[in-house]
Write a protein that binds this ligand. Structure first.
Ligand code: URA
Length: 235
């Protein structure tokens, strides 16, 4: 049961103050009857707002094809962000829709977004070793010795004391490779290639656990069921 003014505000319809006006104007019904008071408690399934059921009252989980040029931070001073691609109502939700891990501004590809913080913690924790597959192009030919080094669990990134977990490198061509990571350190792919003397020119995340981008174009997203990751078999 949730208070009506809280329900409307948390789902991004309007402010709590505005929600009070919406209730007074008869825009909100409970079990088919105009709500009596903004403080009335109801289950979302009982509620209609302008005749419609509440928008995703249990939460959101989205798979976005992140385009280049957008950041995952909510901080406006960091520039245009991925949340600008979402409907305005979803951008006003509380708890906020946020990314599960981050991709750099100059990285495209598969990004999960959710308002479910336990899911963020579960899927970003190195403990769960969710494999993430990146495709990179680099500015020099990659040597065949790189794959065993990346897989060895001994690669140290500049400024860090703990070596990277074993990662799988597959050469696609002399200057292109896929790299599968089970952790997510800051700029990890770029820094791993930098440790090998190569600069990453383009970077795209192709897979996250069992998920791929399918035919989603950059900037497009699709919804996933909230329980998609329940049960470790889907990881
Ligand atoms: N590694 C990077 O260097 N950048 C990303 O966006 C993701 C992984």
């Amino acid at each position: 049961m949730r208070r009506l003014d809280q329900l409307l505000a948390n789902l991004g319809y309007c402010s709590r103050r505005e929600a009070r006006a919406w209730v007074e104007a008869g825009r909100v019904t409970v079990d088919g009857q105009p709500a009596e008071d903004f403080s009335q408690k109801a289950r979302p399934a009982q509620v209609r707002i302008d005749g419609e059921p509440p928008d995703h009252p249990d939460g959101l989980l989205l798979l976005l094809h992140k385009p280049l040029g957008l950041v995952c931070s909510h901080e406006e001073r960091e520039g245009p962000n991925v949340y600008s691609l979402l409907p305005e109502r979803w951008r006003r939700r509380n708890p906020a829709v946020t990314s599960i891990g981050r991709l750099d501004k100059d990285t495209s590809g598969l990004l999960l977004l959710t308002d479910q913080s336990p899911l963020v913690h579960r899927l970003t924790s190195p403990k769960h070793k969710v494999p993430k597959v990146y495709r990179a192009t680099v500015d020099r030919d990659l040597s065949a010795e790189l794959a065993p080094w990346f897989a060895s669990g001994t690669l140290l990134l500049a400024g860090e004391e703990k070596p990277c977990s074993p990662a799988e490198l597959c050469l696609v061509s002399a200057r292109e490779a896929t790299l599968t990571l089970t952790e997510g350190r800051y700029h990890q792919v770029r820094r791993m290639f930098a440790a090998a003397g190569a600069n990453v020119l383009t970077l795209r995340r192709e897979r996250f656990g069992p998920l791929d981008l399918g035919d989603l174009a950059p900037g497009q997203w699709r919804e996933l069921a909230l329980d998609y990751f329940l049960g470790s078999e889907s990881l």
